[in-house]
Design a protein around this ligand. Structure first.
Ligand SMILES: C[S@@+](CC[C@H](N)C(=O)[O-])C[C@H]1O[C@@H](n2cnc3c(N)ncnc32)[C@H](O)[C@@H]1O
Length: 202
């Protein structure tokens, strides 16, 4: 079993401090709006770490790739999304990730509100508050934990491992959890390329 954690992902609702900015459309139902740097760029200027925030597209592309993979179809992959605000998303491997980005955004906004999404009483998505260290501790079950980083030991696939990949576009992990770092090459790759590499080399 391979377990992938997309860590410190830039998936969050628009913070209260910029909620009333003119670039943030308020939905009629009064619910939250997903922060997206494409649309909320001007509102985000004064947010801390604005240069890396508001990137749900990274999570979307990683999920599209991972959940459609042969490894997942064979029941040998668990995928978790951990966010900058310590929201953790668990998912059914049978969940069909919306192909359309807009539908994905709508679903994530519902998930932030409802914390769970079901279909025919089966859990598709569940969101809970949990820090990265606690998440790794709860899923690793004695397995080797590999933190993917462009500077590290040469990565080689192995079954029964927990793979941590940063779900952010720039910068480094905020938290150093002390796991061994593994590298695919010395250049910085996008998260979805790393997701594909670890899945398809296994
Ligand atoms: C877009 S990168 C984040 C940018 C960051 N400067 C970096 O590469 O560490 C997203 C994530 O992909 C993984 N990653 C990027 N390049 C990698 C490489 N060459 N080998 C292994 N993992 C890599 C890391 O987990 C990283 O946090």
């Amino acid at each position: 079993m391979m377990k992938i954690v997309l860590a410190e992902s830039e998936l969050e609702l628009v913070p209260e401090s910029i909620r009333h900015h003119k670039s943030v459309k308020r939905p009629k139902d009064g619910g939250g709006v997903l922060l997206d740097s494409n649309f909320h760029h001007s509102a985000m200027k004064d947010l801390p770490e604005a240069y890396k925030r508001g990137r749900p597209d990274i999570v979307h592309v990683c999920l599209l790739n991972a959940l459609d993979s042969p490894l997942n179809r064979a029941g040998s992959l668990e995928f978790y999304v951990h966010t900058r605000n310590d929201d953790v998303i668990e998912m059914s491997p049978k969940w069909r990730v919306p192909r359309s980005y807009n539908r994905f955004v709508g679903l994530m906004e519902n998930l932030f509100e409802q914390r769970t999404i079901e279909h025919d009483k089966d859990m598709l998505l569940n969101m809970k508050k949990m820090g990265l260290a606690e998440l790794i501790d709860s899923i690793s079950d004695g397995m080797e934990v590999k933190l993917m980083h462009y500077q590290g030991r040469r990565y080689a696939p192995s079954e029964d491992s927990v793979i941590i990949i940063g779900g952010f576009p720039h910068g480094d992990f905020k938290e150093d959890l002390g796991f061994e770092k593994y590298s695919i090459c010395s250049e910085e790759l996008m998260a979805w390329s790393v997701v594909n590499h670890v899945i398809y080399t296994l």
